[in-house]
Design a protein around this ligand. Structure first.
Ligand code: LMR
Length: 338
């Protein structure tokens, strides 16, 4: 019999929140890091949420899951990030009625500066960080800048939810299962300027893989309604539910973390927000969603040489411009705080 693996430590911030409530079962039951991988869960939330967090801890105990080898619940970032292998950063100030995007950025800039510093101080140097709290690309950048001892490649943000949304829209349009579709891309910011791109995607029908746009043969839809539906989906869920996406966000975080841990499948890529390196003429130094392939163990590479035309370039530049504005605002806030 193979020796049992040592537990990995997974920190989830916003531990008492809606997304964590769905995500915890995915992680604790082995769906993300494997059915043979024990986990110790570190849950962080703010002081006023500790009682609620305690209820979540009770439920984790009551699940009686063999892979869970310990739970730490705390409001202290230095305890929460101590020696962790993975940090899933859900906790962020929510956008309240009347708040501008820049107000949200200011509130969360503070949180992610503190988070980055704590990760720098106490997490494993190999920690994999996934930022979900919005504006997630820029929060990931802030976190990365405040954790200089951790490689930049270890900071990512979630655009898998947008990718899953895009895949689902395409599957419905084609009348196929989502499992038949691969290589849909999200470029740029997790915001209304993102560019959901179906033009490099494939669909497998009766065992034959073919270009999705050829199979669909509806360029007008791919260039308009498809893009706007995916761009606006988060806002549409908030409007309908009165709360932002939680179940689908949790599923997407699990998908992102699983692919980062185990690697992408042969011939497939996935989208995640990563540090730009000049690929596709996107200037280096911001967290931008690109298509990536990932090796087992976590080394990711941006997929190169995907053909772009004027339509794509315009969309990719627009979302870059928004990210650069956010990065400038975050830099000003950081300078004012120092
Ligand atoms: C989503 O995409 O559902 C969320 O990021 C939206 C939001 O602003 O909370």
């Amino acid at each position: 019999m193979a020796a049992e693996k040592s537990p990995i430590k997974v920190c989830i911030t916003g531990g008492a929140g809606q997304i964590a409530y769905s995500l915890l079962l995915e992680v604790a039951s082995g769906k993300v890091f494997g059915q043979d991988q024990p986990v110790i869960l570190h849950l962080l939330d703010i002081e006023p949420c500790l009682e609620k967090l305690n209820g979540v801890v009770m439920e984790l105990e009551d699940l009686a899951l063999s892979l869970v080898r310990g739970v730490v619940a705390t409001a202290d970032p230095l305890k929460a990030f101590a020696d962790v292998d993975v940090a899933l950063l859900l906790g962020a100030f929510p956008r309240l009625k009347g708040m501008e995007r820049k107000d949200l950025l200011a509130k969360n800039n503070d949180i992610f500066r503190t988070t980055g510093k704590a990760i720098d101080q106490v997490a494993k140097k190999s920690v994999k960080v996934v930022v979900v709290g919005n504006p997630c690309n820029t929060n990931a950048l802030t976190c990365m800048k405040n954790a200089p001892s951790i490689p930049k490649e270890n900071f990512t943000c979630l655009t898998r939810l947008d990718q899953n949304r895009a895949k689902s829209q395409l599957a419905a349009k084609l009348g196929v299962s989502v499992s038949q579709i691969s290589n849909v891309i999200i470029w740029g910011n997790h915001s209304g300027t993102q560019f959901p791109d179906a033009r490099h995607a494939s669909v497998t029908i009766n065992g034959a893989r073919q270009s999705l746009t050829d199979a669909l043969s509806d360029d007008a839809w791919v260039k308009s309604d498809f893009i706007s539906t995916v761009q606006q989906r988060g806002a549409a869920v908030i409007k309908a539910r009165g709360l932002s996406s939680a179940m689908s966000a949790a599923k997407a975080i699990g998908d992102h973390a699983r692919d980062w841990w185990f690697g992408t499948k042969e011939g497939e890529f996935t989208s995640m927000g990563v540090i730009s390196d000049g690929s596709y003429n996107i200037p280096a130094g911001i967290i931008y969603s690109f298509p990536v392939t990932i090796e087992a163990g976590g080394k990711w590479s941006i997929v190169q040489n995907l053909k772009q035309d004027d339509f794509a370039t315009e969309k990719m530049v627009a979302t870059y411009n928004e990210l650069q504005e956010e990065a400038n605002a975050a830099a000003e806030l950081a300078a004012a705080a120092n």
